[in-house]
Design a protein around this ligand. Structure first.
Ligand code: COA
Length: 168
């Protein structure tokens, strides 16, 4: 049966849930700075947005995205990525819901939302080179590995991107 995945608004009362997800072993391995993520979720910077990933009426994960400036891209060596691109982070926090295709569906929902904005050239995700589950999930949502890079504090990572074609 097709799983009913939606992106639903995140409110400050959801911070407890996010905290719990960030310390779950399958997530904590890839999210070394949970406090940063919690702080960001409470008060996103300009150009930053977030949502809960919801299956039916159950919240199972978190997705956040951020429009990135030329200055920020250059500071991490991503000179070829156009300014105004959107960087995404995602997690399925409830381990019962991992490996069921929910991450790729959530990404496709976000892509269609961003496409409607009309001003996003490209969407990117950064994943540790050892995070094979993430790489497989992102491929299912149409992302491909552009190259390897090492953002400060995250070790060797792949940058996976998807160009946002109109009318796709
Ligand atoms: C990465 C993540 C968002 C992918 O979402 P998802 O809904 O699990 O994605 P999928 O169901 O498409 O599964 C992707 C791959 O995970 C692997 N997988 C399947 N079941 C799994 C499980 N129980 N535990 C771990 N990985 C599993 C499989 O390799 C699967 O690929 P396949 O279907 O081609 O075999 C999610 O697994 C997650 O949040 N993981 C922990 C946090 C994380 O790694 N975030 C990303 C940081 S860059």
């Amino acid at each position: 049966m097709d799983i009913d995945v939606t992106l639903t608004p995140f409110s400050s009362t959801d911070v407890t849930l996010l905290n719990r997800w960030l310390v779950a072993p399958h997530v904590a391995r890839w999210y070394p700075d949970p406090e940063d993520h919690v702080g960001w979720s409470v008060n996103p910077p300009p150009g930053g947005e977030r949502a809960l990933i919801t299956v039916g009426d159950r919240h199972v994960g978190y997705i956040r995205w951020q429009t990135v400036s030329r200055e920020v891209l250059d500071s991490v060596g991503l000179h070829e990525i156009p300014a105004g691109s959107v960087d995404v982070d995602i997690l399925i926090g409830d381990s019962d819901f991992v490996g069921r295709g929910i991450g790729p569906k959530a990404l496709l929902l976000l892509l269609s939302q961003l496409r409607q904005r009309g001003d996003v050239p490209l969407v990117g995700l950064t994943t540790n080179i050892q995070n094979l589950s993430a790489q497989r999930a992102y491929s299912k949502a149409g992302f491909y590995t552009l190259r390897e890079y090492s953002p400060p504090g995250y070790g060797r990572c792949y940058l996976m991107i998807r160009v946002l074609e109109e009318n796709a």
